[in-house]
Design a protein around this ligand. Sequence first.
Ligand SMILES: Cc1cc2nc3c(=O)[nH]c(=O)nc-3n(C[C@H](O)[C@H](O)[C@H](O)COP(=O)(O)O)c2cc1C
Length: 188
Amino acid sequence: MNATIQTIIERRSVRAYQPRQIDDKEMQEILLAGQYAPSAMGQQPWHFTVLQNSSQLEKLDMLCKASFLNSDNTALREMASREEFKVFYHAPTLVIISGESKAIAPLYDSVLAMENMLLAAASLGIGSCWVHSPMMVYGSPEGPASLSSIGLDFPEGYIPYAAAVFGFSALPLPEATPRKPDTVTFLR
Ligand SMILES: Cc1cc2nc3c(=O)[nH]c(=O)nc-3n(C[C@H](O)[C@H](O)[C@H](O)COP(=O)(O)O)c2cc1C
């Protein structure tokens, strides 16, 4: 197995982070990997917002937690009702990829860019975890205004489609859950 496939198989979602920030050089490499994702008709309709300000991260964490508490989903409500629960797991960096809503396929483009970033991070020994809550907050009626109130604005006409936290894992990586069998059909 080559190193790329090994990285893909060994990447895990990290849910406990050290306070140590990622070096700028490595952050730039991770962002570059994101920008080399495929995109529909090569439009690259993405914008990468890198949030490394601890006070803004804390405020956004609280907004996201509130959206879990208000959600119809019992599991999300139970999770968020735990005082110590942090939506971003104390990670020092959050990246939100917003996409130009009028592009051909901004959701797919943004998600592919984020997956490239998760894999690039893993290849550098940096942990990551997709976090869906910023998109939940944005999608609520007061969402864009409440994000704006903490200094989180997106370019005109762009919508957040993908978000993930990055940093150094505070714990050994968990085992992968077993893969579902019988998910492949060859037609030859
Ligand atoms: C669309 C999507 C949304 C996710 N949202 C969250 C999230 O909000 N919080 C979280 O801790 N993990 C989230 N995850 C991570 C998954 O829980 C994780 O990928 C899955 O359990 C498999 O574990 P692995 O990434 O370690 O292989 C999300 C993953 C995807 C693809």
